[in-house]
Ligand binder design. Structure first.
Ligand code: HEM
Length: 585
């Protein structure tokens, strides 16, 4: 029999602790669809944050929770084991493996080779396209598919449809991406037939993904949100890009070629990034950023404007860029398309309020916010990308300078914005998905510094190579890939450890704590009386805000040690704690 403790609910009450102490509250959370997240014991999230993130009025929620507790379920109610939804895990893990092998590692080697040769054309373009495909489908595509399978049902308050098809979707995706990445640069004509087969595998995977997500969105009884159309547009562009990919592979096979013409491949990459990836990222940002960063909800007019400008501009951008080398009108139009797209990106930044002051609604809520800087920095890189995009029409079409700016734009978008966003969201969402904490906040911070250093060196050195051609900038550019590889390697390790961590179920309480003495372990006090946490914070034990510290140091440190370490008056502190506990009896 688990010992349950009457628990006073406050804004910092951790949901999984409350469920543990009062299993009868589960029904209330289910009503607000809050609990089908976060491992077998529920989410490791403060109630106030969850209420904001799920647009539930905090006071109403607490009132209903207290009513459920008063009605009680009785001490002998069993704590249900929630179903941990791991639909995202294999997608995210495979994305990490692919980017750390054929993605970033390969990219870093290519970049160093270009730097040594002082020549961007020294690399066999089929290798670059294989790297590009592995990154846009393998790293970004699989991450977005994994996250979407987890997040879309939750933001749409419904169950994921056709869950059984996700494995088939995953299988075809991984086969297709791996075969394409390996076979495209290989000089063996006997293997070329595998190219169209790889594209067929990818098209099956992405049609399955689209079917699952669209069916889930359409099955929802939730009111249609402004983000819905971004999801649907993203899926449409994903399907269009994958059909183009099929066409490109048949073209390579039929004409026994190794490289897809750059005039088609480069605008196709932008159609994939601006269409599929941006629409999905924007949809998830619109739905979650205001709670993650504690800012006001989005400016709907502005994000709607972005939606229409982007989705009207993308096909024009693609067609005019494809024809730009052959037709002056198409060239001028392709140059002009930079302006509506640039404007749409700035409008979205304004609409999302990403750099605006916090509403302070969650100021009193104790939680890890280390992901916030990563999400904001991603938008700084989006602004850098928009500025490069707006400069490019003024550079001579097809010149080396323009080509270097194009490469910098790609990198600012794919690494600065998209990869940074993936890391920011993964560091926030995956611990939430699992109901635990990120393996190491310190490693997250190291990843942040290394990735920004590498991206900064790459984007600006490549621009300086384009404008000055100076050797030194080839040097700094050539090192940048290794910073990024280290960053993604550390992130991959940190996230993998987090995904493999098991949420410990609370050890049954052996002895009920009736009085806190100087020899009592800090962990035991907060574990048995969670609302004493505020007293610890009031007496200046700020690190107690960090659940990892509570779980580690707290199990070792006694009240005596802690008060000595922080120069706190032990008598006053013990009195405050015991008064709180006595009030519970
Ligand atoms: C993080 C480390 C990375 C390194 C060191 C790297 C390196 C490179 C290099 C050297 C090139 C060829 C030169 C150029 O076009 O500028 C290239 C092209 C490309 N990269 Fe990466 N890359 C990295 C990350 C990414 C990511 C995260 C993505 C996508 C999500 C990506 C997608 C591409 C694409 C699509 C191209 C071909 C662009 C075109 O030809 O139009 N790369 N990369």
């Amino acid at each position: 029999m688990i010992y349950s403790i009457l628990m006073e609910i406050n804004r910092n009450t951790i949901i999984k602790d409350l469920i543990e102490s009062h299993p009868e509250t589960l029904a209330v959370f289910r009503k607000y669809n809050l609990v089908i997240a976060g491992g077998v014991r529920g989410p490791n999230e403060p109630i106030a944050f969850f209420a904001k993130a799920h647009e539930v009025d905090y006071d109403t929620l607490v009132k209903e929770l207290n009513e459920a507790i008063e009605k009680g379920g009785g001490e002998d109610i069993e704590i249900p084991m929630l179903e941990e939804d791991k639909s995202y895990e294999k997608f995210v893990k495979t994305a990490i493996i692919l980017t750390l092998t054929v993605g970033v590692t390969f990219g870093a080697i290519m970049l160093s080779y270009i730097a040594i040769k002082l020549n961007f054309n020294s690399i066999y373009y089929a290798l670059i396209q294989a790297h590009g495909h592995a990154q846009i489908y393998g790293w970004v595509g699989l991450c977005i598919m994994g996250f979407a399978l987890y997040i879309v049902p939750r933001v749409k308050n419904t169950e994921l449809k056709h869950r059984d098809l996700t494995n088939i979707c995953y299988g075809f995706a991984v086969i297709g991406i791996s075969v394409r990445t390996v076979v495209q640069p290989l000089p063996y004509s006997t293997l070329r037939f595998l190219l169209p087969i790889s594209a067929i595998c990818e098209i099956i995977a992405i049609f399955l993904f689209a079917f699952i997500i669209l069916r889930t969105i359409l099955a929802s009884k939730e009111k249609v949100g402004i983000f819905d159309k971004f999801f649907k547009a993203g899926i449409s562009w994903f399907l269009i890009a994958t059909c183009m990919n099929l066409g490109m592979n048949f073209y390579l096979y039929k004409h026994a070629l190794y490289e897809i013409p750059k005039s088609f491949f480069s605008p196709y990459v932008h159609l994939y990034l601006f269409g599929f990836v941006f629409m999905f990222v924007f949809a998830i940002n619109i739905r979650t950023v205001y709670a993650f960063l504690d800012i006001k909800p989005v400016r709907e007019k502005a994000v709607n404007l972005t939606f229409w400008i982007m989705n009207i501009s993308i096909p024009i951008y693609f067609i005019t860029h494809m024809l730009a080398d052959k037709n002056i009108v198409a060239l001028r139009l392709s140059q002009a398309m930079a302006f509506p797209i640039g404007f749409a990106l700035f409008t979205f930044v304004y609409g999302l309020r990403i750099f605006e002051r916090s509403t302070k609604e969650l100021d009193d809520v104790v939680m890890d916010r280390s992901y916030a800087k990563t999400i904001r920095t991603a938008y700084i890189w989006l602004i850098v990308s928009a500025i490069i995009l707006l400069v490019m029409p003024f550079l001579g079409h097809g010149t080396e300078t323009q080509k270097r700016f194009h490469g910098s734009l790609n990198h600012a978008v794919t690494v600065g914005f998209i990869t940074m966003m993936i890391i920011g969201y993964a560091s926030k969402m995956i611990p939430t998905f699992k109901g635990i904490n990120m393996h190491s906040i310190r490693l997250s911070n190291i990843t942040f510094i290394l990735l920004n250093t590498g991206c900064f060196l790459r984007v600006f050195s490549q621009i300086l190579v384009g404008t000055s051609g100076k050797t030194i900038f080839y040097g700094t550019m050539g090192t940048s890939g290794w910073f990024e590889l280290a960053a993604l390697g550390i992130f991959g390790y940190n996230l993998w450890k987090t995904m493999n961590a098991v949420q410990e179920s609370k050890p049954p309480v052996t002895k009920k704590l009736t009085e806190v003495t100087k020899d009592t372990k800090v962990f035991g006090v907060v574990d048995q009386y969670p609302d004493t946490l505020q007293i610890f914070l009031d007496f200046g034990f700020s690190q107690m805000a960090d659940p990892v510290m509570r779980n580690t140091m707290g199990r070792v440190a006694t009240i005596d040690m802690a008060t000595k370490m922080h120069n706190v008056d032990i008598d006053k502190f013990l009195k405050a704690l015991n008064e709180k506990i006595a009030a519970k009896k």
